[in-house]
Design a protein. Structure first.
Length: 622
């Protein structure tokens, strides 16, 4: 280790790049680009054996599982080489998209291309720091650490001091951002429906809102895009260069990198996620009803050339009869569907006939909600800190590698859970993002928490934990708004005393959010009341009736408990005893009172009732 240097490489922006998405495919593509940039950089520079973090034992080409950062021990400073190669990889992606689209812009093409380059070329900023190994004495001298702060250091060797120093230097570098002029002075000709033409300037990108849209007439996109690409730009969409890359990178870059990646061009929609339970029942039905299977396969063949409708190769479906997007089968959504996807008009009669046939067989898709789960490990910085109070051994190269391996094993474990149908967006180290049916998301999150604890407990003085945010949202709410709320819920979960919590919320069609927070050890109260609502041992209005009265109690806890006990004795019926529900509720309120910082414990419990009733109702609705 004497002649080695510690190198840390990272790049940004990442959060803004990923979360500014209008479709699940955009979200996945952005996540995959971030992962690919890191993975490909390590591969091209041939430093995989030198990398300490991340440690991926099993490569998965179809999973976004690399973070936007890596740490390595190297013989020489290769920061400039890494930055240059990083730029080439990103350039390869955005240039492939531009060439593949081959936009029909005539004399405007060169100007629009320059605008495109202005948006994409310097979008990412790479940061790299390479430090020679330093001793404890050198570390103290460089950082001028006061003696009183030198107590309880948990460092085994020079690696620990060098890692701490390098992270500090890199953090300072990341606080600086180069100024890059993004002002566009372009104008283009826009043709109105009456044939009138006028010069206009571009306005904001409808996906990110951060840059101007590319300067051409998006209302007449059929004159610019190839037919096969035009259908993947929704009505009224106008994209900047960066968002255009997110929309088409799967088709024009990653689909050429690997055949396996082509299937992600048909990434599941929010409607498809909402239809997971419907598809499970449909799969059972077509096994015993050959005529139904034949009809669905016939519809599949007719819809082959329509964008967004066939979802091949994902969510584990293989039969043609199951590859048609669930949105086709939800009658309540037809009005908006046929208006937005005019190309489906010629198939309307076939779709109606299939709907009637399914209804006769007792199958009707009604669920309009899906869920997003965001989670990550708690106090990861503390795990690798030089004064960690969670790690049970000194920081060293060996520990860092083993810790990275444990995180990789955790990510592999949670993406291999077979009890649920779900779609992973990103799973790298301690971070996870995925789409779920509302009935499954809380149970899945709890399993993740248990796996994380099990994987890391041998290295910990305290119980290792994750925290997460799960939002259940209507399929028609803007995806960016849903992602924003999921991030908010994750933040609320991490705000509780001691962390290790889950915040679960419901966003109804009007985008209002109702949520509760629970530590993992208290989440069984949610499952108990969900089961009581599902089995109708509690009526659907139980939570509403209780909340109406509770609002006047002004936090008079004992009065609320008395009211709750009477309500349960009066309204609870069936196998779950009222006294068990009452004991669980009181225990939950008393426990949450010790760790909630902002939320009122009684209101938090009432919100739990709301979410439990909502999920239980949705579970019985395909």
């Amino acid at each position: 280790m004497q002649n080695e240097k510690l190198l840390i490489f990272t790049f940004s922006p990442v959060q803004g790049f990923i979360l500014t998405a209008r479709k699940p495919r955009d979200l996945f593509t952005a996540s995959y680009i971030v992962s690919y940039l890191t993975e490909e950089l390590i591969r091209r520079t041939k430093i995989k054996e030198k990398v300490i973090y991340p440690q991926l034992k099993c490569e998965n080409l179809t999973l976004a599982n690399y973070p936007n950062k890596f740490i390595a021990l190297v013989e020489e400073n290769i920061c400039e080489k890494l930055k240059k190669e990083f730029g080439k990889i990103w350039e390869g992606i955005y240039e492939s998209v531009w060439r593949g689209l081959n936009l029909e812009l005539n004399e405007q093409k060169e100007k629009v291309y320059k605008q495109y380059l202005k948006h994409v070329k310097n979008y990412f900023t790479a940061f790299c720091e390479c430090t020679e190994l330093v001793s404890e004495e050198e570390w103290k001298k460089i950082l001028e650490i006061p003696e009183k702060e030198l107590k309880d250091l948990k460092a085994k060797d020079n690696y620990a001091y060098t890692y701490d120093l390098t992270e500090r230097i890199l953090g300072a570098k990341k606080s600086w951002r180069p100024y890059r002029n993004l002002v566009d002075d372009l104008e283009y000709i826009q043709e109105k429906e009456n044939g009138e033409k006028k010069k206009v300037h571009p306005n904001g990108c409808t996906m990110c809102g951060e840059r101007l849209h590319l300067a051409f007439d998006w209302k007449n996109k059929g004159n610019v895009f190839k037919k096969e690409d035009e259908d993947h730009i929704r009505k009224n969409e106008k994209l900047c260069g960066v968002c255009l890359v997110k929309r088409f990178a799967i088709k024009y870059y990653f689909g050429k990198v690997s055949e396996k990646l082509k299937k992600f061009w048909n990434f599941p929609s929010t409607e498809e996620i909402a239809g997971i339970k419907f598809k499970e029942k449909l799969e059972e039905k077509i096994e015993i009803k050959p005529h139904l299977k034949a009809k669905l396969e016939g519809l599949y063949e007719k819809l082959k050339d329509t964008p967004y409708i066939l979802r091949e190769g994902l969510l584990g479906y293989e039969k043609k009869a199951l590859l048609i997007d669930s949105e086709i089968f939800r009658r309540e959504g037809w009005k908006a569907l046929f208006k937005e996807a005019e190309y489906l008009g010629k198939h309307k009669e076939d779709i109606e006939n299939i709907y009637k046939l399914l209804k006769e067989e007792g199958l009707e898709h009604k669920n309009q909600y899906y869920s997003i789960l965001l989670s990550d490990g708690d106090s990861i910085g503390n795990w690798l800190g030089i004064k960690s109070d969670i790690r049970n051994e000194p920081l060293s190269e060996e520990f860092h590698k083993k810790f990275s391996e444990k995180l990789s094993e955790y990510a592999k474990d949670i993406t291999s859970i077979k009890d649920f149908t779900y779609q992973t967006i990103y799973a790298g180290g301690d971070d996870f993002m995925g789409f779920f049916h509302p009935a499954d998301v809380v149970e899945f999150a709890k399993i993740c928490a248990e796996i994380f604890t099990e994987r890391l407990k041998e290295k910990a003085l305290k119980t290792p934990s994750i925290s997460g945010g799960a939002v259940i949202a209507h399929v028609k709410i803007n995806l960016q708004d849903v992602l924003e709320k999921a991030k908010f819920l994750e933040k609320r979960a991490k705000s509780v005393e001691g962390k290790g919590a889950l915040a679960v919320g419901v966003m109804t069609r009007n985008a209002s959010l109702t949520y509760f927070i629970s530590k993992w050890e208290d989440i069984d109260t949610f499952f108990l009341f969900k089961e009581a609502f599902k089995s109708r041992e509690l009526g659907q209005n139980f939570g509403y009736d209780l909340a109406k009265v509770a609002v006047y109690l002004k936090n008079r806890k004992e009065v609320f408990y008395s009211l709750l006990k009477r309500a349960l004795n009066r309204k609870a019926k069936g196998e779950i005893k009222p006294e068990n529900l009452y004991a669980s509720a009181v225990c939950f309120i008393e426990k949450t009172k010790t760790y909630l910082k902002e939320e009122n414990p009684i209101e938090n419990f009432l919100n739990l009732l709301y979410v439990a009733r909502f999920v239980a109702k949705g579970r019985s609705e395909l």
